[in-house]
Design a protein around this ligand. Structure first.
Ligand code: HEM
Length: 130
């Protein structure tokens, strides 16, 4: 891991972000806590996430160029994001990073970087079944 480079470049650029998204969403869809929140056709979500993570990790601003200001917390308000769901999302991401061969310390660094937004998107405290 080179601390002088962006996460995007540390990961290896576009091809790695693509592989990450492709490893991440099958886990998301299969997850009992967060899977049910997602639409049957996951492809548009994967494409948006590819664009968003590219720019979030310091690559080209693909998401904003196409969709405008990310306003990611607002975009998640339609979905009941509980603390447990934030953890489930991060666990899927951690497993996907491991699956595609992103080693420590980069893997933990990426998860740490995503952990802030994930918990910031929590909009429902209930830990029941909703
Ligand atoms: C905290 C737990 C999270 C849950 C439960 C969650 C769930 C969702 C759901 C249900 C959607 C909408 C799918 C649809 O289009 O119907 C979505 C969209 C999206 N999420 Fe999350 N998400 C979480 C965290 C995150 C994080 C941490 C990021 C990135 C840092 C992220 C990035 C995105 C993006 C880029 C989209 C597409 C937004 C758009 O429509 O343009 N999500 N998420």
């Amino acid at each position: 891991m080179n601390p002088n480079l962006s996460i995007y470049d540390n990961l290896g650029g576009a091809e790695t972000i693509r592989r990450l998204v492709e490893a991440f969403y099958p886990r998301v869809v299969a997850d009992p806590l967060i899977g049910p929140l997602f639409p049957a056709d996951i492809n548009p979500v994967m494409e948006k996430q590819y664009m968003f993570l590219t720019q979030f990790f310091g690559g080209p601003s693909l998401y904003s160029d196409m969709h405008g200001h990310p306003m990611m917390r607002a975009r998640h308000m339609a979905f009941p994001v509980t603390p447990e769901r934030a953890e489930a999302w991060l666990a899927c991401m951690s497993a996907a990073l491991e699956e595609i061969g992103v080693d420590e310390p980069l893997r933990s660094f990426v998860i740490q970087r995503l952990s802030g937004p994930a918990h910031h998107f929590v909009n429902t405290e209930s830990s029941t079944n909703d």
